[in-house]
Design a binder for this molecule. Structure first.
Ligand code: BTN
Length: 323
């Protein structure tokens, strides 16, 4: 853990109370000069630390500063391989590169904004400041057919994380778009690297993009179909993007542990906003159908107007909800 992370940790333990440089240095086994340097650098990153001569340092507010230190602090697990970028083309692109370079299971890559965010089916994903863009690297030991269910599992994980921080309950539009009040607030893109010899999954990158405090202005032409967690006014100010990233990360790994018995599937179904509704299946050609159920493989079972039942698999197809 870096000196900055440790200093921040001590300051966060007593929000708004002054801690003298001497006490901080003693608590951390550092020199006062090292503490001063760390505080100076944290302040330069935008973290609201006040220094008063004769009193020491105090953290003024839990501001939403997303950086390596706030992420480390929120994750509370120093062993996690973590990379952070203020700006990046795409966390999924970088995470795949990292995977090929040998990054271990559970590595995490986060960006505060993306310049070329990738969406499903070759689309782009608008990624301005105010959102959270993260990719989690998994090296599944399960068979490929089981591992791909993490696509649905990630949706449940994000719903749980958001609910734990705010009480906000998100809906899932098959397969893994998350909706709040009828608009999309989170997209998930799973990409995998496979082993040629045994058709196994060597690594899987779960890319998660959440509009946290993104404004309608930032969403621009997408504002009629997209929203952010904060748009409804119920997102707590203390729920920073760093805390959200940490909550999502831990929930993803928890759901990963449920892959074997598929324990997350009932919640996935309960949160579905498509079941029982008319959908448009964006296949070639496009067709209308009724969404009937989600099976044990997280496939969406639809009934076409001619009565034919079809199981839709992730990756092949997209659906549109009829209003
Ligand atoms: C979709 O809705 O089509 C999926 C969007 C996935 C966006 C996330 S943001 C973090 C990660 N990096 C990317 O380039 N894409 C995913």
């Amino acid at each position: 853990m870096s000196t900055k992370t440790r200093v921040l940790e001590v300051l966060y333990q007593q929000p708004r109370a002054f801690i003298s440089g001497e006490d901080l240095a003693a608590a951390l086994g550092l020199s006062r000069a090292a503490v001063w340097k760390a505080v100076h650098s944290l302040k330069a990153q935008g973290i609201a630390i006040e220094s008063v001569a004769g009193q020491g340092y105090r953290i003024l507010a839990q501001e939403d500063v997303l950086c390596l230190e706030t992420l480390r602090q929120a994750l509370q697990s120093p062993e996690i391989e973590l990379q952070f970028f203020d700006e990046l083309d795409s966390t999924n692109r970088a995470a795949k590169e990292w995977a090929l370079a040998g990054a271990p299971h559970g590595s995490l890559l986060v960006a505060a904004r993306q310049t070329a965010g990738r969406g499903r089916l070759g689309r782009s994903f608008l990624s301005p400041q105010g959102g959270l863009y993260m990719s989690i690297l998994l090296r599944p030991r399960e068979e490929a057919s089981t591992a791909v269910m993490m696509t649905a599992g990630a949706a449940v994980a994000v719903c749980r994380a958001v609910a734990s921080l705010s009480g906000i309950q998100l809906g899932i539009k098959w397969v893994n778009d998350l909706f709040l009040q009828g608009k999309k607030c989170c997209g998930i893109l799973t990409e995998a690297g496979t082993g040629f010899e045994n058709a196994s999954i060597e690594y899987m990158v779960l890319g998660i993009g959440i509009n946290v405090t993104t404004t309608a202005q930032q969403l621009g032409e997408h504002a009629d179909v997209a929203t952010s967690l904060a748009a409804g006014g119920d997102w707590p100010v203390e729920a920073t993007r760093a805390k959200l990233a940490a909550a999502v990360y831990h929930q993803v790994l928890e759901v990963y542990g449920e892959l074997g018995d598929k324990a997350f599937l009932p919640e996935y179904r309960d949160r579905s906003i498509v079941l029982g509704r008319q959908v448009r299946v964006l296949a070639t050609p496009v067709y209308e159908a009724e969404a009937l159920e989600i099976d044990q493989e997280a496939r969406l079972i639809v009934r076409e107007p001619n009565g034919c039942r079809t199981a839709l698999s992730y990756g092949e197809i997209s659906i549109k909800l009829d209003k």
